[in-house]
Design a protein around this ligand. Sequence first.
Ligand code: F6P
Length: 323
Amino acid sequence: YKSIALLTSGGDSPGMNPAIRGIVRAALNSGIENVYGIQRGYSGLIAGDIQKLSSRSVTNIVQRGGTMLKSARCLEFKDPATRAKAAKILHDKGIEALIVIGGDGSMTGAHLLTEETGIPVIGLPGTIDNDIPGSDDTIGFDTAVNTALEAIDKIRDTALSHERLFLVEVMGRNSGFIATQVGIACGAELVVVPEYEFDLHDLCVALAEQRASGQGSSGIIVIAEGKDPGLTSRIAYQLEEQGQDPKICILGHIQRGGSPSGHDRMLASCLGASAVQYLLAGYNDIMVGLRQGAVIDIPLRRVISEKKTLDQNIFDITTLLHK
Ligand code: F6P
């Protein structure tokens, strides 16, 4: 390849910048002459918002959150006519292949683009949700978990001082990976995820026992946003009926920002550089991910048709650790 392009798409995640750096540097150091950065994901591609990147354009970004290329969710890309337009824009610029960093919607766009237009594509899993099948880990998940933990540790201080219960809602779209990892690591009294049932009853009994022994009840309940809209308020209401005074804290987009953790910088750099190696080795229509510590490739068709399971044994641990 002489010319390739890359873009970041969907919700941003900490580690997208080191992934961009990994791709740009590995490509230029492997003899690819032109590396183009596309702004604002697929939206920027169809608008032709494409600039050449040099090795120096990606200096000093390895430690930065967000994405220097900006990101967007592009609904128009669901239309085959838009994908044909995108292919023409790439073709007219002499761009021969595309690397896409993003979540499941972005992987779907990449797969359809190559299937319909023949432009080689490689995907990289970039999302805080960790919900991409085929890869044990996604770029940004570790940082998001640590950001949520830092916030919850602070909430725990005030929960203890005031003997108060907190319901903390975390992101994750339809999956409970963030909630489970955060719940175990912060010592949550209860973790609620979309994948499995939960039981408020045991928690209510424990809280009543605490109160009977003269102590106020304090604790943290971690709730994944995707379980059921409005569930956090309904749980709060049920707890109020039990005489509790629960407070709700929705962590929201704080989980998407911040400097990527060491783990995410390493993951993103390795996957970025590997994406270039796979491309040069002739691979197409794959995602490059991580399994059991090794870089692997997975057909994009599988990535977009399967669902990643939250291990039940791991989730069950959340119910075994309370007092
Ligand atoms: O996919 C990442 C994510 O942060 C999800 O956890 C969340 O449901 C969604 O994006 C929020 O998207 P937006 O920022 O577009 O509202």
